[in-house]
Design a binder for this molecule. Structure first.
Ligand SMILES: C[S@@+](CC[C@H](N)C(=O)[O-])C[C@H]1O[C@@H](n2cnc3c(N)ncnc32)[C@H](O)[C@@H]1O
Length: 304
């Protein structure tokens, strides 16, 4: 019988050996399998590049416990300052006997599934599962962007948006906070929503009336089936990739927005004011206007 391997995320290859035929389970890699749907007791091994968020990380470990065969092996690693120092305690609470080593600022833990602590597994899964967040009036899940509070930059954008109309897109839509609000305008025909995070797209599906919406689990850096000729784009662009600040990610979103718009189409952007977006927008849009600057955020209206 062949062995069945899983991998979650992209750990440094010099620190762990990843089987070539391992199934990828990361929610941040479009097209990956979902650990939630993996058959119980089906994996011989899983390697997890542990997510930095505590609830999300414990949820992932608990799902891995369910997916592993008895005697199956879990290898997990994280930077010391990205949750690495907590890995062994978290695994022990799930009933694993853990071997830990430190290498290149990482903590690496190896554990075999023996007698899992099923109450803790259940608790950790419940804690990390989707829930309706009253404070946001939206479905959300630990791990997605700003999972349990409305982003102040997006709130500021909504305070300045005019009534939008026609066909549009929301780039990096998260759980749908912006798109849901703008769809109050009956003049909008359709919004295409894009996010790299499967969980965000799944939550957006629960949050939106889907009549005028299409949802796309997609990495916008690689997406080559984008609509064009749009009337509007709304975006709160990301500026972190795998936990590190990456300004080019947000700048790429703005270039993509310009490509998707028709001449005269408008892009509404909210951003932390330190981000260098204006210099990227000026050459590719006909007009760029700073609509407001408040509490560390800037709102732009850019017309193609
Ligand atoms: C700043 S958040 C905004 C979320 C939501 N629009 C809001 O206002 O609450 C940026 C979003 O972009 C998504 N994202 C990051 N990199 C991406 C990529 N390469 N392609 C598509 N979406 C991406 C993140 O998952 C996140 O949900």
């Amino acid at each position: 019988m062949t062995n069945s391997y899983g991998i979650y995320g992209s750990p440094p290859r010099e620190l762990v050996q990843i089987p070539v035929d391992a199934t990828q389970f990361s929610a941040l890699m479009p097209g990956s399998a979902s650990l939630e749907e993996q058959a119980p007791e089906s994996l011989d091994q899983i390697i997890i590049h542990a997510p930095p968020g505590t609830i999300e990380r414990r949820y992932t470990f608990a799902l891995a416990v369910k997916a592993l065969k008895s005697g199956g092996s879990l290898i997990t690693l994280a930077g010391k300052d990205k949750g690495g120092s907590r890995l062994s305690k978290e695994l022990e609470s799930l009933g694993f006997a853990v071997q830990e080593e430190a290498r290149s600022h990482f903590r690496i833990c190896e554990a075999k599934k023996d007698t899992p602590n099923l109450d803790t597994v259940k608790e950790m899964i419940a804690e990390g599962s989707p829930s309706f967040v009253e404070a946001m009036q939206l479905w959300s899940q630990p791990g997605v962007f700003s999972w349990n509070r409305l982003d102040p930059g997006s709130t500021l954008l909504l305070q300045h948006l005019p009534e939008l109309s026609g066909f549009g897109a929301d780039l990096g839509c998260g759980v749908g906070y912006l798109a849901k609000a703008v769809l109050q305008s009956k003049k909008i025909r359709k919004i295409a929503m894009y996010d790299i995070d499967r969980r965000a797209i799944e939550m957006a599906k629960k949050n939106m009336n889907l009549e005028r919406v299409t949802l796309h689990w997609s990495d916008l850096r690689r997406e080559n089936q984008l609509p064009n000729n749009l009337d509007f784009v709304i975006t709160n662009p990301p500026f972190h990739d795998e936990g590190e600040e990456d300004k080019s990610l947000g700048q790429g979103f703005l270039k993509t927005a310009a490509k998707m718009l028709k001449r005269g189409g408008v892009c509404w952007v909210t951003a932390n004011k330190h981000l260098p977006y204006e210099e990227v927008m000026r050459p590719i849009f006909e007009q760029v206007r700073v609509v407001t600057e408040k509490n560390g955020f800037k709102i732009f209206e850019a017309i193609k």
